[in-house]
Design a protein around this ligand. Structure first.
Ligand SMILES: [Zn+2]
Length: 251
């Protein structure tokens, strides 16, 4: 084990309130594409970004048909958590995890066994479908079954409104309660782990600022440099599927 990983393990052991923020980097080893990175889906194919932009989704039935096709055939539905997700679930059993905030919509922290009450999915999730006009929500399978049965753009059974995965699209506001919960956790924690996130997409990227303002120690685990590296007590560049199990295993 490397010296910095041993140090991080000791910080985790000594912390009284750990806040973890995860981004796309933790799920790439599960085969889920990075959307915004240098080799990201949207970087290579800007048209694909339309399906995730609320304005296009609402105004263009063809964008919705494409989005439903993607949901039926996409990787989110059969992806499995990797060693990094499992290490974070393990962390909760070994140390004082306060909150696990994720920018990911893939639900893999749930699948890996992290406690649902500890998780804040700040960009929503793909496990549920929601109506954009009323409060109707249901498990995503309910809508996918209708698409598999031949509907190209299933509508809301309550009001006829447009249905969408319960994710936060571009142009859509975050859920205020989720954001507040994340900020409050960051502000009371004494150790903040930023995992697989470039820390450039706000407001999630602002969470380390709350932690640092409270005097918390910051650890960045990401393959690429982040704007917060100079403020971090340690920076880990190794693949998360190797580094996280090594660190958590030493707690
Ligand atoms: Zn509705």
């Amino acid at each position: 084990m490397q010296a910095d990983q041993a140090a991080i393990a000791s910080w985790i052991r000594g912390a009284r309130a750990i806040v973890v923020l995860t981004g796309a980097g933790i799920s790439t080893e599960s085969g889920i594409p990075d959307f915004r990175g240098p080799n990201g889906v949207w970087t290579k194919n800007p048209a694909a970004e339309k399906t995730a932009t609320l304005q296009h989704y609402v105004s263009d039935p063809e964008v919705r048909a494409q989005a439903w096709h993607n949901r039926v055939h996409g990787r989110y539905w059969d992806a499995e958590p990797n060693a990094g997700h499992r290490a974070l679930a393990d962390l909760e059993r070994r140390a004082a995890l306060d909150t696990l905030v994720t920018q990911n919509i893939d639900g893999l922290h749930h699948k890996a066994g992290s406690s649902p009450e500890k998780i804040v999915e700040i960009h929503g999730n793909v496990r549920e479908v929601k109506c954009l006009s009323c409060a109707w929500r249901a498990p995503m399978e309910v809508a996918l079954d209708r698409v598999r049965a031949g509907e190209v753009d299933p509508d809301c059974p309550e009001c006829g409104g447009i249905l969408k995965s319960a994710t936060i699209s571009f142009g859509e506001n975050l859920v205020p309660a989720d954001l507040a919960r994340s900020q409050q956790a960051a502000a009371r924690g004494d150790l903040f782990l930023a995992v697989g996130t470039t820390l450039t997409v706000y407001p999630a990227a602002g969470l380390p600022e709350y932690a640092l303002a409270n005097g918390a120690r910051l650890v960045v685990l990401n393959a690429e440099p982040t704007p917060f590296d100079p403020a971090a007590g340690a920076v880990v560049r190794e693949p998360l599927g190797e580094a996280l199990p090594a660190i958590v295993g030493a707690v």
